[in-house]
Write a protein that binds this ligand. Sequence first.
Ligand code: FAD
Length: 384
Amino acid sequence: MKKYDFIIAGGGMAGLSLAYYLTQSPLRDRSILILDRDQKNRNDRTWCFWENGAGPFESIMFRRWNKVSFHGTTHAGPLDLGSYQYKMLRGIDFYAFVQKELDKFPNIERSQATINRIKDTPQGGFVIANDEPYIADYVFDSTFMLRTNDPDRHNLMQHFKGWVIKTEKPCFDPKQPEIMDFRVEQHGDCRFVYIMPFDTNTALVEFTLFNDKLLTDSEYDADIQQYITTYLNTGAFQIAETEYGVIPMSDTPTEENPSDHIVRIGTSGGHTKASTGYTFQRTQRYLRDIVANLATTGKPNRKSPWFSNRFKLYDSVLLNVLEKNRHPAADVFTRFYAENKPVNAFRFLDEDTRFLDEIRLFTTMPWWPFTAAFFDVLRRKFVG
Ligand SMILES: Cc1cc2nc3c(=O)[nH]c(=O)nc-3n(C[C@H](O)[C@H](O)[C@H](O)COP(=O)(O)OP(=O)(O)OC[C@H]3O[C@@H](n4cnc5c(N)ncnc54)[C@H](O)[C@@H]3O)c2cc1C
């Protein structure tokens, strides 16, 4: 059996990004096998995120915006992003771009196969896919199914369905996406619509919920339809594409390094920000750290300074406010984006703020619901 330096189990967003970063590093000549059951030749999702300056996938960005709009309780209108841009990357463009780059490297193999088993052995990380065994110094696994069901933790989901619609009348502002529009019936949880305009007549309109109960397909559809009828002057329209997704919003602990030769990456590795569901940029950052560590020390293990663990506590507090419905979510997010500079809000979500900036940001939140949530989080953590 051939031994690889690295096996990448799952060639989706995290797996392909990791392979790409390896080709951009001193490790570019290592033997790498990428296994995925899909061909990744469909536009199965789009990623939106904010970024300061150009990123590694700038050349394939589908849209970039300097302004975004937000519709909440006391603010409706644009938010100034300062030096940030809000960006949109289509899955299909990302897969095609990275696969083309990887094809330049004869030491990188890609195989379409279903992974049946991944386990650690004294000789390395061992994978069985389509009944064939493979072994490597390190297996990077983005196929592990997270179990976010610890009853002492907060286990919400971000779930959404979106329609890309082509409208008869021009009704979208292509210069300004709507990142959250809370004018939808809240039903006691957190629900909003997200609009990413491609041009004046085409946009992704996505109905999104943060809670612990999925809807039926027809319920999502009814809510999107109602939003369009109530707030968009589309005239007749056609649905060109649909998108559905569920992203964990959970503070159940995850393991990036479950054993010596296995590293979990992407959603499987806990790279999703628990309080927002944003995963794309965070995964990119962590993967760059993993590759830098591999290149300098031969080991992929990523260490975060202990003080950065405070962000996990903040995530739990917001999840607690949402789970217990301690304060209307629409007002929490309005205060967050409209009473702080959006630049500071993004920096905070990127976990790049200093403690004093964080205190300033907390003073814009309703103090009692957040204080009650803070003590409930501590109680659940230490008392159970
Ligand atoms: C529809 C949708 C939209 C999203 N939009 C955003 C967004 O706008 N911004 C953001 O930050 N995050 C977003 N996310 C969250 C997150 O960024 C994505 O889910 C992202 O694709 C996660 O990357 P990943 O590599 O962990 O998983 P995936 O990209 O899902 O990759 C996992 C890969 O493993 C393969 N695989 C799984 N099991 C097996 C097996 N047994 N054998 C072989 N192959 C296997 C799959 O085929 C897949 O290619 C979105 C998620 C979804 C579902």
